[in-house]
Ligand binder design. Sequence first.
Ligand SMILES: [Zn+2]
Length: 257
Amino acid sequence: MSTSKFIIGCIKSFVDNYIWYVQYENQIILIDPGQSVNVINYITKNNLNLVAILLTHDHNDHVGGVDDILNLFPAPVYGNCAKSTIMVNNNQKLKLFKQVDTTVLYIPGHTNNSICFLLNINQQYHLFSGDTLFAMGCGRVFTNDYMAMFNSLNLIMNLPATTIIYPAHEYTMANIEFAKYIEPNNNLIYEREVHEQNKLKLQQITLPIILQEEVKTNQFLRFNDAELAKALSNKLNKNVEKGFDCFYNLRQLKDNY
Ligand SMILES: [Zn+2]
């Protein structure tokens, strides 16, 4: 998308990864470059200056391209993992471009040191959420700290409703399949499925997402919804409460789906 002179776009990598970038005139910031070749081609072809790399967490499909990119285009790497050259703190403000305020937010759960970057571009918030929130889903809880993941999703949910969110994977349709399995009678999910299918038919991607739309159908943000708790209670033959209990049981079901 384009916001005045800013362009936010993505470079596809692996099978279903998106390497997001923010471009301002001839300057570019990369988020989670898991591979280098397509990124290097893009920077070279467009004659861009790499201003910074932002890393949300240290999984190889998010950091694997960093070394090769830095060899050609030296730049600071902001993050909280081994590849970072500048370690960042929770709530730290970064000045990457002139008019862009960037805030680092800790969101542990997927990994212990997962973070996200909230950019304020002309009063519009953009969140690069790594593998914590996906369209219609959330990341796996590799830490086994489900409460941390729950708190991280709560943090994202409480950002401004118009925040545009850029997850790092195209998992939307698979996530919708699971959502239908959990709530076979939820019409909003079927409507969302058609909406996303139409985008894919037009060769568009299903991302980014807007928070205020996402909370309507993403079950991993609907843990306070009594209908979802009821659907889970029926599925599991036990009483599932709204809130953390709902999130925990949902994520466990997804882990074994
Ligand atoms: Zn990951």
